[in-house]
Design a protein around this ligand. Structure first.
Ligand SMILES: C[S@@+](CC[C@H](N)C(=O)[O-])C[C@H]1O[C@@H](n2cnc3c(N)ncnc32)[C@H](O)[C@@H]1O
Length: 500
């Protein structure tokens, strides 16, 4: 292993704070060390951490820092995260098992972006509960972050993390040793492998036979820009068996991003499915002007979906954690869509109520946080907006979108200094954000820095030209006053340049 000096880790932590606002505490330095070691392994010309820091500070540094970032942060996860999706899994498992058994093969499930393992072990518990033995299923768990993978492979969780596991499952699948709950070997046997894999740059793994019956890739594509997401989805499409399911995070809509999957509702969760018969798969055709992807009129009316297989919801999970006295009557995605429809319709109070309720009852979610932050801004509640953007960034520190819209919010409040910092972070994470360059130009003007204002406006124009023809920028949150096709900003940047 190449040498890594502690003082270089300190410098690197400072660099991460400055460039992307990521706060790596002292306790996180061991994770930083592992991440740097993983990068150094693939960089033959870089001898040690000193040379690595020099590389990060050089002209090629931004690119390398972007590669390092996903290795440094471990995303938020939990056991049985999004209960509806696990109910959907419970509903489809018996059919998948039957089909696989009659074909003499195993049900193949891939947890892509598995973080610290809560997701694949939850899948294994669901499979065991459906009557599958370890030889009936093969579960693969992968993540780009080697430290997260190592944690998942250890399979030891503290009491706080296992709170979401129904008592019955905990007793059956975990051994308690002091303050740690260890995954029993019986459950571990359901997992074929837990290993590092980068969805962006590595070939996609295949199961022993055929394609994947189920792929979980939840709350991962939020890290990717539009072309990367489309490339990753094309590979999932290819790797799934015909009829196979793709589970995404509840706000990760593929609308306008990718054609080729069918949207289906199972037990209240929306899943994407590779059709049984071949169809044209690929990025969605460029679309005309912004209209919100998945709008629905009212909370009571779910978005239109093709109901391919409606499976009756199974009985509740045995001895699940204390039931929520007032559970959400709709799936979180339906709530979000309904709130967005109300927002678009100018019914701000009702939209705010729905979003606040969603966040309270349906769990934290980046799209809901950002939409609510923007809504608070529209409602002229800057402190709440600020707190909401900060909560979004605490949830996903590497979200370019969160930094971008927080920056725009700060600028609208007259804080050009802070706004420029946030916008620079957004642009570091995604240099193609024409919108970010444009607003950075506005910050520079407010700071009376004409030279840097010009540069930012030119960058906005260039970023706009780099974008494939007519391709709209897809944002997770909802911002009705921001045109998604970027041409309005390109024009505004041209005017601003002419006036400077
Ligand atoms: C927010 S966590 C989601 C964990 C889990 N899927 C869930 O929903 O609970 C996102 C995970 O995606 C991983 N990730 C980010 N970029 C990735 C990439 N290019 N390839 C594979 N995993 C990636 C991160 O390391 C992180 O562990």
């Amino acid at each position: 292993m190449k040498p890594i000096a502690s003082e270089h880790l300190l410098e690197l932590a400072a660099l991460l704070k400055e460039r992307v606002g990521l706060h790596v505490r002292r306790e996180g330095h061991s994770a930083l060390r592992i991440a740097v070691a993983a990068r150094l392994e693939g960089l033959a010309a870089v001898a040690d951490s000193g040379a690595y820091l020099a590389l990060l500070r050089s002209g090629a540094g931004d690119e390398e820092l972007r590669r390092l970032l996903p290795l440094v942060t471990v995303g938020k996860t939990s056991f049985f995260r999004d209960e509806r999706q696990f109910r959907a899994l419970d509903a489809i498992l018996p059919g998948l098992l039957e089909r696989a058994r009659s074909g003499g093969r195993r049900v193949a499930i891939w947890s892509a972006g598995c973080a610290t393992g809560e997701e694949p072990y939850s899948i294994a518990m669901a499979a065991a509960d459906a009557g599958a033995g370890p030889d009936d299923v093969e579960i693969l768990a992968t993540d780009v972050n080697p430290e997260a993978v190592a944690f998942a492979a250890r399979g030891a969780y503290d009491p706080r993390r296992v709170r979401e596991i129904p008592a019955h499952y905990l007793g059956r699948h975990f051994d308690r040793d002091g303050d740690a709950f260890h995954v029993r070997s019986g459950l571990r046997r359901y997992l074929r492998a837990i290993r590092p894999h980068n969805l962006v740059s590595s070939a996609f793994p295949r199961p022993a036979e055929g394609g994947w019956d189920v792929v979980f890739c939840r709350n991962v594509i939020i890290y990717f820009d539009t072309p990367t997401t489309q490339a990753v989805l094309a590979q999932f499409h290819e790797a799934l068996a015909p009829g196979g399911y793709l589970f995404l995070g509840y706000s990760e809509s593929l609308f306008r991003l990718f054609d080729g999957f069918e949207l289906t509702e199972v037990s209240g969760a929306f899943l994407y499915r590779r059709p049984e018969a071949p169809t044209r798969a690929g990025p969605s055709a460029p679309l005309a002007p912004p209209s919100r992807p998945h709008l629905v009129q009212m909370p009571a009316a779910p978005p239109p979906v093709r109901h391919l297989s409606l499976v009756p919801p199974p009985a509740a999970r045995p001895s699940a954690p204390a039931p929520d006295p007032e559970p959400l009557p709709l799936a979180p995605q339906e709530y979000l869509d309904a709130a967005v429809a109300l927002f678009a319709d100018g019914r701000f109070g009702a939209a705010r109520e729905l979003l606040e309720r969603l966040l309270e009852k349906g769990g934290d979610d980046l799209a809901a946080r950002l939409t609510l932050a923007n809504l608070y801004g529209v409602l002229r509640q800057p402190d709440r907006a600020r707190a909401s953007y900060q909560a979004a960034l605490a949830l996903e520190p590497l979200s370019a979108e969160a930094h971008l819209f927080y920056g725009i919010h700060l600028l609208s409040g007259g804080d050009a200094e802070e706004a420029a910092l946030e916008l620079a972070r957004a642009l570091f994470l995604d240099p193609d954000l024409a919108l970010g360059h444009y607003y950075l130009g506005r910050c520079r003007e407010a700071q009376r820095d004409v030279v840097r204002a010009r540069l930012a406006y030119r960058n906005a124009l260039e970023a706009y030209r780099r974008r494939p023809d007519g391709r709209a920028q897809a944002f997770l949150g909802y911002y009705p006053d921001i045109p998604e096709d970027g041409s309005a900003f390109a024009r505004a940047a041209e005017y601003a340049l002419a006036a400077l």
